[in-house]
Design a protein around this ligand. Structure first.
Ligand SMILES: Cc1cc2nc3c(=O)[nH]c(=O)nc-3n(C[C@H](O)[C@H](O)[C@H](O)COP(=O)(O)O)c2cc1C
Length: 209
């Protein structure tokens, strides 16, 4: 049985950005940022090279980005930025308005990976991920806690983490979720996006070098 929901058309205006956007259907990337410092620089550098990207921040991302010297204000010239300010994840309505062709979660905290793997959606990134899946919009998640030993950049130093069995198991569970691809390195993320851009007849805006 197919259920048809009546859903209001919601296109919130991101704070500080009134620039006109491409209104062609499914013309933009939705890039969800979580509160992960691991591979944050690398992920944002890749996002900056894609055409037509909107950022969807978790509340934790909003705190963690400035800790890694990325102020929200500095991101706004390059991206439309949506913040996690509503309990029902109001910006997700844009998925139903056919704005996005692809949803990316990068970098993904172990918290967000766990929620996505178990179908929990209680933040802007996890709602974007879940609703995109229900609409059949392809998604990619850059999971960070994927190896028995992870060396990661803390705000002031490099630290060694040993993800627990539950974090590793959640990544494996996430691989089985519909319309979701899991990557574990910046190179894998870039390779997946290379293929996606070709599928969409699009190209990187600048090269990686
Ligand atoms: C500076 C800083 C760096 C962090 N880096 C990570 C990280 O690399 N991986 C991770 O799983 N959590 C990391 N956290 C913890 C998450 O931000 C925290 O679990 C948060 O609740 C995740 O929320 P979110 O998944 O909704 O973004 C970090 C926290 C801080 C303050």
């Amino acid at each position: 049985m197919t259920l048809v929901h009546d859903r209001p058309s919601v296109t919130p205006i991101p704070e500080g950005d009134t620039s006109p956007i491409d209104t062609k259907p499914r013309s933009r990337f939705a890039w969800c940022v979580t509160g992960s410092g691991h591979f944050l620089d690398e992920s944002m550098a890749i996002a900056a090279r894609l055409p037509q990207v909107d950022l969807f921040l978790s509340a934790a991302a909003e705190e963690v980005l400035p800790i890694y010297q990325m102020r929200i204000e500095d991101l706004k010239p390059a991206f439309r930025v949506f913040r996690d300010k509503t309990a029902s994840a109001v910006p997700v309505g844009m998925l139903y308005d056919d704005v996005y062709h692809t949803v990316i979660v990068a970098p993904a905290t172990s918290n967000t990976v766990a929620k996505c793997a178990f179908g929990i959606s209680d933040s802007l990134p996890t709602n974007m991920f879940a609703q995109a899946g229900k609409l059949g919009i392809p998604g990619v998640v850059f999971a960070c806690d994927t190896e028995p030993v992870v060396v990661t950049k803390s705000p002031h130093d490099w630290v060694t983490l040993r993800p627990r069995r539950i974090e590793l198991d959640n990544v494996e569970r996430l691989r089985g979720i519909d319309h979701c691809h899991v990557v574990t390195t910046p190179a894998e993320l870039e390779a997946w996006l290379d293929v996606r851009l070709i599928e969409l007849s699009l190209a990187w805006t600048t090269s990686s070098s």
